[in-house]
Every structure is written in structure tokens, then in C-alpha cells.
Design a protein around this ligand. Structure first.
Ligand code: NDP
Length: 242
């Protein structure tokens, strides 16, 4: 079995994560599709060709991640590709933001990615090969009113990814961040029309992105052609952050 072809994608059952999982499967990878609910994970994995498998895991729970990583290794082999995509928002103005909303977002978006990076690192180091992509956001670069928790989590991913790039580079492991702008998914569908119009007005390419736009860049960063790219933040945002 070629272990470089086994990939973990978190939050794989819908939105950007499902497009990433499809893209990796299209290039011949077997994808461990991680979702909060087993039935959704398995249903989605069954749609992919070539031996992808669904797993249930709450990424914010360190014990669950440890257990899930062991299950992936047991049933598929050692994954040498990791895409941390699972993410949540709990927007609110700073003065009204509860501790719960702050923690919930940091726990999934930042700590969840940390848990999976830590779990996968030993296998990658041993193989002297690995590709890690963390899904950030342009908000982690620019900030966004009403999203102190989300912006902090996505900015934190950038620092963590650069640290990992430096720490594991000598073992052939790359770690990069893809920072999407406004992408059409459930996360953005519920925003008020005024916010959508404002986002569009700030996007030089004049359209919202699709999950496939993000998946194509992730496909590059986990592939052979990007072997000399590490510690970078690649915005897939139609020019929004310029
Ligand atoms: P969605 O809300 O459509 O999907 C989020 C995914 O994460 C779902 O599969 C969800 O599972 C999963 N998830 C949430 N919490 C957990 C958890 N604790 N453990 C495991 N899985 C979890 O979001 P998008 O597809 O829009 O976003 C994907 C990523 O891209 C996120 O990190 C987001 O921050 C980022 N992003 C999105 C942008 C956009 O415009 N859409 C812009 C910039 C960044 P379930 O279905 O069970 O809820």
C-alpha cells in the first residue's frame, strides 16, 4: 500500500471539506473522511471511488482524535496527508461574546487542527514525508468585526502552521495554510444579504468562490508539485484580502 496516498480530511461531509475529499480521491488518494456523525461520514465516503472510509470524530476532543487516528491507521494505513478543514463560527460583538462562544470556536478551529497535526506527525516523520494543509480564512489575516473568536482561531492556525513547517521541514513534511475568502457553503448562505453584497463589492474577481476553487489549491499543496512550498498562506479569495 502506498501510504502517501492515504489522506485525512476533517469536516469532510459537506461544504469545502467534501470538495477537498472529492479532489483528493480524484487524484487517486484514499480519503479518511472525518465527520461529527458516523452515518454522514460513511454515506459521504461511499460516494468516493477507491476505498475511502468514513470515521466519526469530534476534532475538539483530544482523546477522540487519538482514538480516531488509531482507527484510520488500523483500517487504512498511516496517513501522510492531512487537511484540517473542520470549522465553526459563533459570531458576536466583543463586549457581548460569551466565554462559551470564544472557547467553542477556538476548540474546533485551532485546537482541533493541533490535535490532528500532533496525531499525524510521528507517522509522517518516520516516513520522512508528509503534507499538512490547514484551512484558515482571510479573516485570520485582516480581522473582522463581530468575529474576534473566529479571527483569533484562524490567525492562530497561521502561527501554528509556520512553527510546524520549521519543526518538521527537515523530515520532509510541509505545512501550509489555505485562506479562503467568501465561499458559497452553508456557513455563508445564512449571512444577511447586506453582508453578502458588501463581501462581493470587496472581491476584485466579482464573484463568490466555490468549494472547488479551494479544493484545487489544496490539491496542489498536497501533491508532488508543491514539494518546495512550506509555511505559506495561500489566499483563495478572488483578491478580497488585497
Ligand atoms: P460548513 O459549515 O459547511 O462545514 C463545516 C464542517 O466542519 C462540517 O462538515 C461540520 O460537521 C464540521 N465540523 C464542525 N465542528 C466539528 C467538530 N467539532 N468535529 C468534526 N467536524 C466538525 O463550513 P465550510 O465548508 O464553509 O468551511 C470549511 C472550512 O473553511 C472551515 O474551517 C471554515 O472556517 C473555512 N472557511 C470557510 C469560508 C466560507 O466562506 N465558507 C471562508 C473562509 C474559511 P457537521 O456537518 O456535522 O456540522
Amino acid at each position: 500500500m502506498n501510504e502517501a496516498r492515504i489522506a485525512v480530511v476533517t469536516g469532510a461531509n459537506r461544504g469545502i471539506g467534501s470538495a477537498i475529499a472529492r479532489e483528493l480521491a480524484r487524484t487517486g488518494m484514499r480519503v479518511a473522511c472525518i465527520a461529527l456523525h458516523l452515518d454522514l461520514a460513511q454515506e459521504f465516503a461511499a460516494e468516493l471511488d477507491g476505498g475511502s472510509v468514513g470515521f466519526e470524530c469530534d476534532v475538539s476532543d483530544p482523546a477522540a482524535v487519538k482514538e480516531c487516528y488509531a482507527a484510520v491507521v488500523e483500517s487504512m494505513g498511516v496517513p501522510l496527508v492531512l487537511v484540517n478543514n473542520a470549522g465553526v463560527t459563533r459570531d458576536g460583538l466583543l463586549i457581548r461574546m460569551s466565554d462559551e462562544d470564544w472557547e467553542a470556536v477556538l476548540n474546533v478551529n485551532l485546537k482541533g487542527a493541533f490535535h490532528w497535526c500532533r496525531a499525524c506527525a510521528s507517522g509522517m516523520m518516520k516516513a520522512r514525508y508528509g503534507r499538512i494543509v490547514n484551512i484558515g480564512s482571510v479573516v485570520g489575516l485582516s480581522g473582522s468585526a463581530g468575529q474576534a473568536n473566529y479571527a483569533a482561531s484562524k490567525a492562530g492556525l497561521i502561527g501554528m502552521s509556520k512553527a510546524i513547517a520549521k519543526e518538521l521541514g527537515g523530515r520532509g513534511v510541509t505545512c501550509n495554510v489555505v485562506a479562503p475568502g467568501f465561499i458559497e457553503t452553508l456557513m455563508t448562505q445564512e449571512l444577511p444579504e447586506q453582508a453578502r453584497a458588501a463581501a462581493l463589492a470587496q472581491t476584485p474577481l466579482g464573484r463568490f468562490g466555490s468549494p472547488e476553487d479551494v479544493a484545487a489549491t489544496v490539491g496542489f499543496l498536497v501533491g508532488e508539485a508543491s514539494g518546495y512550498v512550506t509555511g505559506q498562506v495561500v489566499a483563495v479569495d478572488g483578491g478580497m484580502a488585497l
